[in-house]
Design a protein around this ligand. Structure first.
Ligand SMILES: [Zn+2]
Length: 286
């Protein structure tokens, strides 16, 4: 059974929606092949959850990437997901780092890139401000649209979870003052959610507990899986980008060259002949 899911919900009779994400297997797979410090594992868990929550706010077919870049102990943190919940993520660290919590990303940039299949990518960026990723994402939405958006993220042990609450454009609530009051109350209530509750309680219980007065409907759930998009053909392409002189030198020293995918640790081996075959497209369909 797949325990990892992204589940939408709506407030009936109000212009408010939300999403709850819980990841166990996909989170464990993303960190499993790496020797990350504990703080980096926690942060990567938050990024993986946040990527799902962000994907739930837009309609797209393709890939959404949430990426932080900084010059501190953490160089880069990245989580990506397809529209149907295929996710992967990675951290790149400085070798001489001492602290690897959110402060290691200070003064960096947070970018959200959407790559719709067959269309042009679009990207938006905000400075990595605030004391955690939730605050930074709230800032991202405050800057880009008028609709209030809140993030709650929690990671502990083998689990990562998150909740998003978002205002919708005015539709059901026509009185602007009442609409804003309702949103303010919802924010206050949602901020009473503890990390323990988010991680331990099921979706229905969380919503009932937080918003006892509301009529909330849980909608569809998307399964989330750790899936890497690497392949022998892509690795051949990466090798080819070294240039022919470099490749010739490489194969004059070694009969086989092995490349390891940094996301999933799958190893791909090439000799000069097989690389040529891959690059000529003879094996591109495999
Ligand atoms: Zn891979």
């Amino acid at each position: 059974m797949n325990t990892d899911s992204s589940t939408r919900f709506i407030f009936k009779g109000a212009d408010i929606r939300g999403n709850l994400v819980r990841l166990t297997d996909s989170y464990q797979s993303a960190i499993g092949n790496h020797d990350y410090p504990d703080d980096v594992k926690l942060l990567l868990g938050e990024f993986l959850v946040a990527a799902q929550l962000l994907a739930s706010t837009i309609k797209f077919e393709g890939t959404l990437t949430l990426q932080a870049k900084a010059n501190g102990a953490i160089r880069a943190l990245m989580a990506e997901t397809t529209h149907d919940g295929e996710t992967r993520g990675i951290a790149q660290l400085a070798e001489d780092g001492t602290r690897y919590d959110f402060s290691a990303l200070k003064d960096g940039l947070l970018a959200v890139t959407i790559a719709p299949t067959g269309k042009q990518n679009y990207q938006s960026m905000v400075p990595l401000t605030g004391s955690n990723l939730s605050e930074c994402l709230k800032h991202y939405f405050d800057q880009s649209e008028q609709l209030g958006t809140l993030f709650h993220l929690a990671v502990a042990g083998e689990e990562a979870a998150g909740m998003l609450i978002q205002q919708l454009p005015r539709q059901l609530e026509t009185d602007e003052k009442l609409r804003e009051e309702h949103w303010n109350t919802t924010q206050i209530l949602s901020n009473t959610l503890t990390k323990e509750e988010l991680l331990q309680k099921d979706n229905a219980t969380i919503l009932k507990h937080l918003f006892a007065e509301e009529d909330i409907q849980l909608l569809g759930s998307t399964p989330v899986t750790f899936t890497c998009s690497c392949s022998q053909a892509r690795m051949a392409g990466a090798l080819a980008s070294l240039g022919s002189a470099e490749l010739e030198a490489l194969f004059s020293e070694e009969e086989n060259v092995e490349l390891t995918c940094e996301f999933c640790s799958t190893a791909y081996t090439f000799d000069a002949a097989s690389l040529t075959r891959w690059l000529s497209g003879d094996q591109a369909t495999h």
